[in-house]
Design a protein around this ligand. Sequence first.
Ligand code: BG6
Length: 527
Amino acid sequence: MSTSTNTTQNAAEAPHLRPNPETASILIFGASGDLTARKLLPALFDLWNDGYLSDEAPIIGVARREKSDESFRAEIYEAVNGSVRNGAVTPEQWERFARRLFYRQLDIASAEHYPQFHADLNAIEDQQGTGRNRIVYMATSPDLFLPAVEHMGFGNMIPDRDASHWLRVVFEKPFGHDLASAQELSGNLRRLLREDQIYRIDHYLGKETVQNILLFRFGNSIFEPLLNRNHVDHVQITVAESQGLERGRGGYYDNSGALRDVLQNHVLQLLCLIAMEPPALFHARDLHDEKLKVLKALSGGNKGDITKWVVPGQYSAGVVDGHPAVSYLSEERIPADSRTETYVAMKVQVDNWRWAGVPFYLRTGKRLPSRVSEIAIQFKLPPLNLFNTVECDGDICALVGAQPNQLVFRIQPSESIKLSFSTKRPGMQYQIHPVTMDFNYKTFTEALPEAYERLLLDVLRGDSTLFMRSDELEAAWQFVTPILDFWQKAKTMPEPYRCGTWGPRAADELLHNDGRNWRSPGQKPAS
Ligand code: BG6
């Protein structure tokens, strides 16, 4: 079964999405890194190609290495050509796009270089005929976040509130390592920047399907009344990856682990969106306020004993997608005795009027059988006893096919929303047959924009709705830090799971103990 979709309204016709080119310089600190080539520049190219960026406003790569504008452009061309929405970049497009790409060498950690850097920047902007509005994208290692902002202050790059131009600073994750470090970083940055100048990225919030959760919930009247403890049996949130560690990432990842890397941010943000109350207005502050309430209401299934509701795992050698995969401990730059978790599952409660008593099962991990992110809401099974009174061919009808209704948001890939329900199988008997109503994003003719496109555009527009406010971030850290502390203190060794399997056995038991099972993502109701 599939839905029909009216896609006649073009995105460009929607008033809030009309191209709105801004003139602001975009500075990427840490421009030699992978993120710049893989995500940021392709996103900026697509935004420009869609008419959201002016032709002149400079995009300036900033890093320690010496490099000319020409060699930076050549590198970026290699990265962008093939990664943009339409695949290849034409020579005419590249010629127009590349002439505003610049590179400036800077030792980001050295204050004394900033006054000269600022003068260079002014010269580029004067040459391009653009103003002094600036976005600084911190794609550096997090230990440079604070020094870079301090030195921007020293270089006179931070405008006052009443200045005629603005500065917005975007911070990539990780923003802090635990509650104390996140609070310290926020406190230090607050001395230098106002909250409206700070954009903390969680790229999951920029995904089209994630934004759609709010529209689906609050733009329809038939689902929202059911999303509460009266009707929902439980919720499962999965962010699964088949890949292991990308090259060169071992150093970062081993200090992070699945709980910090994905659960604390992406998974908890998904949980907030599915569990929050409707905000009064679709304004950044109202949305952040509602998400914060969810985070504050989070509690572990069994506070006294973390091992009862949190399961860490670490991948051992196995096979993923038909290819042999090495164990985590054999990955580059991973110590042989590492206790870092590459998988984490947990059972949590959102202890408020709407959700008390409804378990939320969360899991994320690397080297699982497939890359899939989804939220599955399972409703309570209705009383089906009446069908037991129907006779079929002299026997009582079997209701073995009865399955609870499920509403599944597939975030990626094969972006879709599915609702499963029971029907009567045609015939003389009353046999229950589960079917699925299926909305697939392919129904739309428009391509799904990349998360970074949307987020970069929002920074240009000064809209922080899809970014994390400091109190939200701290509430998320507040929830996960006791788990991290416990593992550290108890020297917890994560349970091994073979690459290509759905995680450690203890994660299955977490649900079995409640008489439930993890969904196999992508699973269809039995026919
Ligand atoms: C990042 C994590 O934030 O999210 C990575 O640091 C992870 O480890 C990635 O692979 C997953 O994002 P996506 O968009 O590929 O699901």
